[in-house]
Design a protein around this ligand. Structure first.
Ligand SMILES: [Zn+2]
Length: 401
């Protein structure tokens, strides 16, 4: 569509408009459109059309207003404007429509297109550390904020690199970082690992995070693996988000399916389980060797306290129960490659009080070497949960130290 006069098309219905009586056109009024128009085009004169669910064109499909969008056509350019909710309660209320709006924008074939965000907020705190994180993700994937200076005290800066993003995410999650929907880490220099819950309200946050990481990974030609950690009924990212991720091209999606892991567990004595890594990240936070404090994620592993090979020997447990033990975040800690091997070979062990023990059977020079690289005397208290100690007891039953 080529229009020399700014021209809006707005779907007037929200998903539940017929039930709630709240229509999108009552929020995005002609006055709001006028402000949007002026901010984007510098023009005050414009036309607009509110349309029903059955309206379709290149940008819009026959449905209610997904993504809380208005489309503004002006001089060959297609502008997508997504609007915040009026009442912000809780974390995810705005994120949902943001990812959806991005998907629609991303799939638009126009060569000249722009993406905008407009605050309509009347109630609620929109500048929590969580919101600021989301705004920066949005800026990273190309959202332009039209009226943020009227609502926010801080300027929104895009993330410039993945470490930059990881740092804010850590700061954001604070000390008690358990139960984040997603964790970011690395297993090699060329690959970023994203462990994500991809169901419920988390799926929109995970989508947005994926888009931003994909964008940043391009800078250094890195690739990204998204491990989808599912629970119960298999539920994965929405199809629209998956399609976008696929088109972005540098993100591989690996489903951490329980049946698959059960097979792998059945056939191998070691277990490469995304679920186990997710559970460790959830319990212990970022990768950091418990024996020496090394924080280089590429060389840090999840190390089992009760090894997989021993779990498999329990004849009184079902396969499900065994798999649960093998993927339990309490049955493990982070160790660097050296310390993982030393622990597996029982050259280093852990006492019930958390003291790190070095085998008496080493030669003096080897013992000195191990002492030198093992800079800690005790493992951190937060690792030593009751269940962890139970796994330690089982380890001591089956392993002769
Ligand atoms: Zn170490």
């Amino acid at each position: 569509m080529n229009t020399n006069k700014p021209y809006f098309i707005v779907k007037e219905n929200l998903q539940k408009s017929s039930i709630t009586g709240e229509y999108f056109r009552d929020q995005v009024t002609p006055d709001v459109l006028q402000d949007v128009c002026f901010k984007i085009t510098g023009e005050k004169d414009f036309e607009y059309l509110y349309v029903g669910n059955d309206f379709t064109n290149n940008e819009l499909s026959a449905t209610y207003n997904k993504g809380r969008l208005a489309i503004l056509y002006y001089k060959d350019v297609v502008n997508f404007i997504t609007f915040s909710e009026e009442n912000i309660n809780g974390r995810n209320s705005s994120v949902q429509s943001v990812a959806t709006a991005f998907n629609i924008y991303f799939n638009c074939n126009s060569l000249t297109k722009n993406l905008f965000y407009y605050f309509l907020v009347k109630n609620g705190n929109i500048e929590t550390s969580y919101h600021k994180f989301i705004y920066r993700l949005m800026k990273t994937v190309g959202f332009n904020f039209l009226n943020s200076q009227e609502y926010l005290t801080d300027t929104i800066e895009p993330f410039t690199s993945i470490p930059d993003l990881m740092l804010m995410r850590r700061t954001n999650s604070g000390r008690n970082q358990s139960n984040n929907p997603t964790y970011l880490t690395k297993s090699s220099s060329q690959n970023i690992d994203l462990y994500g819950k991809t169901y419920g309200a988390s799926k929109y946050e995970t989508s947005l995070l994926c888009y931003a990481i994909s964008e940043l990974a391009k800078i250094k030609n890195q690739t990204v693996t998204l491990y989808e950690v599912t629970e119960g009924n298999l539920r994965i990212l929405p199809k629209s988000s998956r399609d976008v991720i696929q088109k972005m091209g540098n993100i591989q999606i690996v489903q951490s399916d329980f049946a698959l892991e059960r097979n792998s567990f059945d056939q191998n004595d070691s277990l490469r389980s995304p679920r186990y890594i997710y559970n460790l990240l959830d319990r212990l936070g970022k990768k950091k060797c418990a024996f020496c404090g090394c924080e280089i994620p590429e060389i840090i592993h999840g190390a089992h306290i009760l090894p997989v090979a021993y779990i498999k020997k329990y004849s009184n447990l079902s396969l499900e129960q065994k798999l649960q033990m093998a993927t339990d975040g309490n049955n493990g800690l982070w160790l660097c490659e050296n310390h993982h091997k030393l622990f597996d070979e029982h050259i280093i062990d852990i006492a019930y009080d958390g003291k790190i023990l070095i085998s008496e059977y080493l030669s003096n020079s080897n013992k000195m070497f191990v002492q030198k690289i093992t800079t800690k005397n005790n493992i951190d208290k937060n690792i030593m949960t009751e269940q962890f100690t139970q796994y330690l007891a089982k380890r001591k039953e089956v392993v002769n130290f």
